[in-house]
Every structure is written in structure tokens, then in C-alpha cells.
Design a protein around this ligand. Sequence first.
Ligand SMILES: Cc1cc2nc3c(=O)[nH]c(=O)nc-3n(C[C@H](O)[C@H](O)[C@H](O)COP(=O)(O)OP(=O)(O)OC[C@H]3O[C@@H](n4cnc5c(N)ncnc54)[C@H](O)[C@@H]3O)c2cc1C
Length: 394
Amino acid sequence: MQYDADVIIAGAGPSGTIAAFKLARQGVDVLILEKAEFPRYKVCGGGLTHKILQEIQSDIDSVIEREIFSIRFSCNFTDSFTRTATEPLIYCTMRDKLDQLLLRNAVEAGSRVMFGEHISGIIQVHSGIDIKTHRGSWKSLYLIGADGASSVVAKATGLWKNIMPGMAWEAEMEAAPEDIKRLSQTVFLDWGTIPGGYGWIFPKKNHFSVGIGGPASLSKQLKTYGEKFIRSSGIRFLGTQTMKAWPIPVKTKKGPFHSGRTLIAGDAAGLTDPMTGEGIYYAVKSGRHAAKAIFDQLQGDPNGLIRYTDEINSDLMPDLMEAEQIKAVFNAVPLFIHRKVKERDRVWRAFWKILRGERNYLDVKRGFGMWRFLWGTTCWVAKRYHFLRTGLRR
Ligand SMILES: Cc1cc2nc3c(=O)[nH]c(=O)nc-3n(C[C@H](O)[C@H](O)[C@H](O)COP(=O)(O)OP(=O)(O)OC[C@H]3O[C@@H](n4cnc5c(N)ncnc54)[C@H](O)[C@@H]3O)c2cc1C
């Protein structure tokens, strides 16, 4: 078999470009196949939680448009209050710029990239992988499926399993310059309005990104909710903007995340936070793990890819699955939790520390100490209650 590259990466989002950067820097021959032309718009809030900075390992200052210290919470558009941290919680970027920067880093490290290559299928054979695109075919020793929320690679390899479909809508909205200046360090967050969903407004350099996320089964209601959220925010938006929808896949059980010579990472693996929809951090983390696994395999370690599955299952999945439990409790009693964030500094600090990556969801459970054994029962009861009230399983 003649190979076009040692490693082909499907998709030039953060999971793909981080993997490409790491592999190319170690001298591996990497080719990225990307269906779009870059820079491209990506339907995304572009909010980076602080914890990503340790993972991304490159200077992204030039694409950070705002640093967020405050969150203005509301519950079903009422009872709003603002909480402020003494350290940045979220960094706001635009994905066209962030992804272009990460891709440039990967190319400077030695990766090649082909735009306009839409992967339509793959065939794995013993000695490598045959990748079909709408234009032709490519061969490699290994493949990383980093092709996002509608991953062709994950589906073709049978790895698209136990995925709960989420949906989010996003609009880029111009606003009065005074509002942009006044709210330059504040994110708006409305929750408890739609079962299992929430809305956000992120300030960017010259506009706001407004979004709504929730269960895919409520997609139409989410859009209406988004429009109401825009009207109720009090921000003087200029003109109207169409909201665009995009899926958010959430993995509900541990993987396999590899099959034969193929790994899946980021959204293709369903690695998103069920509580918040955050996915860039998990894309970056899994991209790094994927690069290490393939590098080890190329060095002659026969278990590199197996270890990738083990690492994702032990490093990322327990916390993501715990987020699902916490979400169940939140769904059952959103107003109660909203009030606790408002009234209790301890609860606000826990929220803040999770965004900073100084604590995780598992720590919330640990915080119950000897009462931890009741946590599982509480989550179960919360899920049943949510189901009986809304007909939704999650
Ligand atoms: C509305 C919305 C708001 C969000 N807001 C946030 C947020 O604020 N913060 C956060 O952390 N996460 C957010 N997310 C989630 C985040 O966007 C994703 O988790 C993240 O982009 C995943 O990165 P990725 O590299 O795995 O995939 P992607 O970023 O989706 O990249 C996949 C790439 O693969 C390419 N591709 C797709 N199919 C093919 C194919 N067949 N052949 C070749 N190329 C292909 C695509 O063009 C794309 O460039 C949001 C998601 C949505 C929908």
C-alpha cells in the first residue's frame, strides 16, 4: 500500500489541529483533510473556560476578544443577579480566528492540509486505511476522526454509540457600542426556562454572540426561547440576525474510542459537557491524547490505540458522566439552585472554581463527604421527577 501520509486527520477543528500540531512537531508525516475553506465560520459561542489554557499549550492571546469576570444569572428571565470573580472565568473568541490560529500552528509544525476534501467514507484494511472524499481517495497508516458533531468517521467505524443528541442555536448580534463597552466582562446566563436547556450571551470585540442550547427534541422551542432571550436581555441590539442551529453530541457511557487503526476525538467522540455544552476543552484534551497514542503506536508500541480508549475513559468520561448526574438534579430544581448561587458564596465559588478547572464535577460529589452514598439516590429521584414533569429522559 502506498501512503499519502502516516496519519490523516479528518477535520481542522481544535481536536484535529491540536493532534496534528503534536504529531508534526515530533516529526510524523500528517495530512489534514478539511471539507471547508479556512477561515470558516463555526456555529459556536467561542467561550473558552480558563482550564483550557494549560491544555492548549500555545499562545492564543491574539484571538481572545474578551476576558469574563462576571456572570449575570437569570432563571426563566426573572430574579436576575450578577456574580463577579476576582480572576477570569471565561475567554471569548471567535471560532474562525481561533481555529485559523490553531491550524496555522499545526502547519508551521509541519502538517499539510487540503481544503475542500469532504470525507464520505473509509475502508480499513490490515495495513492501513483508505479514505474516500468527494474528489478522490487517500491512504494512511492511521486516521483520527476529528470531523465534528456529524462525524462520518465515527459512524463508519461503528463508534457512534451512546450519543445523546443536543442542539444549540447561535446568532452573532451587533449592538449599541455603549452596551458592548458596559458588558465587556459580563456573560449573561439564563437557565430553568426550558427543561435541560439554557441561554448565554457572550460579549465579543464588536458584537455579542447569543446562543441557546438544550435537548435536540426541543429544537423548535429552543429557537423561540432564543428570540425571547434576545428581547428580554435589555441589550440594545442593532438589526436582526438569523439564529443558526448545530448539534451537540453528548457521550453518555464510556467508549471504545478506537477501532482498528482509527481514533475519534472531540465532538466526533461525543466529548462535550452535558451540563454546559462546552466542547473545545474536551476537543483539545482528546486531540492531545490521540496524538500521543498514535505516536506511541508508530514507535512500535502495539497498545497505543487501546491506551487511548483507556485514557479517555479514565481521564474525561467519569467527570462528564458526573456532569450528567448534576444536570439531572439541576433540571429537577432549577430555581432552588439559582437561589443558592445567588445567596451562598460557597455555591458561587464552586461554580467559579469549576469554570477555572480548579475543581471538577466529581469534586461536587466528593463535597457531600459521608453523605455521598445518598447522591446516587438523589440523582435517580431527580431524573424520575424530571421525566414525569417533562417527558424528557435527560
Ligand atoms: C451553538 C454552539 C455553541 C457552542 N459554544 C461553545 C462554547 O462557547 N465553548 C465550548 O467550549 N464549546 C462550545 N460548543 C461546542 C464546540 O463548538 C465543539 O465542541 C467543538 O467545536 C468541537 O471541536 P472539534 O474539533 O471536535 O469539531 P469541530 O470544531 O466541529 O471541527 C470539525 C471540523 O471537521 C470538518 N469536517 C466535518 N465533517 C467533515 C468531513 N466529512 N470531511 C472533512 N472535514 C469535515 C468541519 O468543517 C470542521 O472544520 C458550542 C457548540 C454549539 C453548536
